[in-house]
Design a binder for this molecule. Structure first.
Ligand SMILES: Nc1ncnc2c1ncn2[C@@H]1O[C@H](COP(=O)(O)OP(=O)(O)OP(=O)(O)O)[C@@H](O)[C@H]1O
Ligand SMILES: [Mg+2]
Length: 638
């Protein structure tokens, strides 16, 4: 048999400089937007206050980035285009604690190898400005104010294969704008302007440290109106002793309420020490904070800023620096998750004038057309307007029975259901003790179709999905009890109540086996289920919170949930899902008639229950239709 033929031998040679740069460019520059990102990085590193971007043909024909930063000294200009030439780091220490956007000293060399480039710059303290031609290396004097302009013409002219991958000018322009948007969201103190073919397409004025204003300018006023502030810091390290200063972390920014979630993940901005990054740890952490409150596949929106010791994050992982590696990614995950969860969990009913603007209702209704209630569809044509409390309006007249005079809701809360969490009890009592006019979710008026509670507050009509709202309240209660029990160090157990007469039911073999195998978990969940006869199970105790419900239905669904999770570790991780299943059974069902007092008690409970604005499946539990909305609906001018 013949030996397989060897490939022809080729000598080992050093590659020419130009080819090395072109290879580097392949990693760094994928499209015009990559050039934009690098040039804006450089302008920000130079301390620019204003950055102007001019583009032609989506950036393929021309990208020019002009800044008013410190400029480049004439003697250093020719070095700027050299490979591995940088003013930003000089040794390994600098690299490990880098605080500038750039540090590789590669971007300009790479871009110059695949396009026609020039740098025009006047350094601070210099009276003369110079232009360096990247192609010829020629340096000549010009006139300009302090700062730098980098011009990049005919991108990929020397690498036509790459050029073929480019999309239409409009698409490339959109990517360029997105690149600047990412910078703009990190630097409200810097002004940005983008021109395309001689016309301004975006302009964001510098606004100091006013992040909210920049967020509204860049992402639209709706983002601001439908998001909550995030502000979180790791505990004061001084309290823990020396050496922990380096572990301090701060997370801030804004996160969209669940209603503001989108079909695409196109409004998720994460920054680490001012650098835009796409990182699995961060996205997962933010997403997990929405676990309990987001509907199906919808994507949350947020702009989150993480500040941490630069030595605890490696930015030198990817040529485009869009990926980072955390030294302790668990700590980062927890920080971002806690920060986001804290911001989301406060019931928004408490926020003064928490009104869902008609425009927002309309947007959601369009988004979730399948399940949109009729009245939201009727509002779809309502023009957009700023949210906020509206001037007090004359009340809507509904002919319904009033609460008995002199009756206080706090006395009546017990009618609704035994309140079993001491924390909730005080909060509900406080909420109910507030003057009636201050109740965020208003005074109950009536029940509609056995499904909705109608209430009146200062803004207008509040409509509450009673099953969804109650399910959330029960779920949060169960979670609190679980957490309290866990924290208490006792064998954790949700408060349980024995049934006077055990509820028995005919069971399958699988159900009997699951009840036996998971007896400990069931016990922890406040359930006692044991064999009554070979084919019959008996429910002997249920969680106190769920005492009112159907014990057999509850037992069956918990057993079927447990059947799906085999190992006990899975059960541990899935306990929220189990609690949610239980809550669904404990919650009041449609068509149950409620008295006004029961309705009011539910509203007060909602006002002080975390995450009560969304049901366990992420759907909203309440909406406001303002009197102004109603006026529009009836074409009633005022
Ligand atoms: N707009 C600018 N204003 C002032 N100096 C600049 C500007 N752009 C580039 N420079 C100088 O040119 C050098 C080279 O820039 P280049 O972008 O190639 O590398 P870098 O920013 O140091 O690192 P990286 O490759 O990671 O971007 C910079 O270190 C900086 O000193
Ligand atoms: Mg750079």
């Amino acid at each position: 048999m013949n030996a397989p033929a060897l490939p022809p031998r080729r000598p080992i040679r050093e590659l020419p400089d130009a080819l090395i740069s072109q290879i580097a460019a392949g990693e760094v520059v994928e499209r015009p937007a990559s050039v934009v990102r690098e040039l804006v990085d450089n302008a920000l590193d130079a301390g620019a206050q204003n950055i102007t971007l001019r583009l032609q043909a989506g950036g393929v024909r021309l990208i020019s980035v002009e800044d008013d930063g410190m400029g480049i000294l004439p003697g250093e200009l020719p070095i700027a285009f050299k490979r591995h030439a940088t003013s930003k780091i000089s040794d390994l220490n600098d690299l490990e604690s880098v605080s500038t956007m750039g540090f590789r000293g590669e971007a300009l060399a790479a871009i110059n190898s695949i396009a026609d480039c020039a740098i025009l710059s006047r350094a601070s303290g210099q009276s003369e400005a110079f232009l360096l031609d990247g192609r010829t290396g020629e340096l000549r004097q010009i006139a300009r104010a302090q700062g730098t302009t980098v011009e990049v013409k005919e991108l990929f002219y020397s690498t036509p294969a790459r050029r073929k991958f480019l999309k239409t000018d409009a698409t490339e322009l959109a990517h360029c704008i997105e690149a600047v948007r990412r910078h703009a969201l990190a630097r409200p103190d810097v002004g940005f302007a983008i021109w395309h073919e001689g016309k301004v397409v975006e302009q964001w004025r510098a606004c100091g440290s006013d992040l909210d204003r920049r967020l509204a300018d860049v992402l639209g006023p709706d983002f601001l109106a439908r998001s909550v502030a995030v502000e979180w810091q790791s505990a004061d390290p001084r309290a823990d002793g020396a050496g922990l200063e380096a572990r301090r972390m701060r997370v801030w920014g804004r996160v969209g309420i669940p209603d503001a979630a989108r079909a695409r993940a196109d409004q998720q901005f994460c920054y680490v020490n001012g650098r835009f990054v796409r990182d699995k740890v961060l996205t997962h952490a933010a997403r997990s904070a929405f676990e309990d409150v987001l509907h199906g596949q919808r994507q949350p929106v947020y702009a989150l800023y993480l500040e941490m010791d630069p030595t605890r994050v490696d930015v030198n992982v990817h040529p485009t620096k869009i990926e980072v590696r955390f030294r302790d990614s668990r700590e980062v995950h927890q920080a971002v998750r806690h920060a986001t969860e804290d911001a989301l969990s406060a019931p928004r009913a408490q926020a003064a004038g928490a009104v869902v603007p008609a425009s927002a209702i309309a947007a959601t209704a369009v988004d979730q057309a399948s399940s949109a209630p009729l009245w939201t569809q009727a509002l779809q044509s309502t023009p957009q307007r700023a949210p906020g409390p509206y001037p007090s309006q004359s009340p809507i007249a509904f002919h319904v029975q009033e609460s008995l005079p002199g009756q206080r809701v706090s006395d009546l809360a017990a009618l609704w259901q035994p309140i079993d969490s001491p924390r909730l009890e005080t909060q509900t009592a406080q909420a109910a003790a507030a003057p009636e006019g201050d109740w965020p979710l208003g005074r109950a008026l009536a029940q509609l179709q056995g499904i909705y509670i109608l209430a009146e507050n200062a803004q207008g009509l509040v409509v509450v999905d009673m099953h969804a709202a109650h399910e959330r309240i029960v779920y949060e209660r169960l979670k609190n009890q679980w957490a309290d029990a866990e924290g208490g160090g006792t064998s954790h157990r949700i408060a349980s109540q024995p049934l006077l007469i055990p509820a028995t039911f005919a069971c399958s073999d699988a159900e009997a086996a699951t009840a036996e195998a998971h007896a400990d978990t069931l016990h922890a969940l406040g359930l006692e289920i044991s064999a009554f006869s070979p084919r019959t199970l008996a429910v002997r105790a249920v969680p106190t919170t769920l005492a009112q419900g159907d014990a057999v239905a509850l037992a069956r669904s918990v057993l079927s949930e447990l059947e799906q999770h085999e190992a006990s570790t899975v059960v541990q991780r899935a306990h929220n899902a189990l609690l949610a299943t239980m809550a669904c059974h404990g919650a009041v069902r449609a068509n149950r008639r409620l008295t006004l007092d029961e309705m009011n008690a539910l509203l007060r409970d909602m006002e002080c229950t975390e995450r009560s604005d969304q049901c366990n499946h992420g759907r909203p539990t309440w909406r406001t239709v303002t009197v102004a909305d109603l006026d529009k609906l009836f074409l009633r001018g005022r």
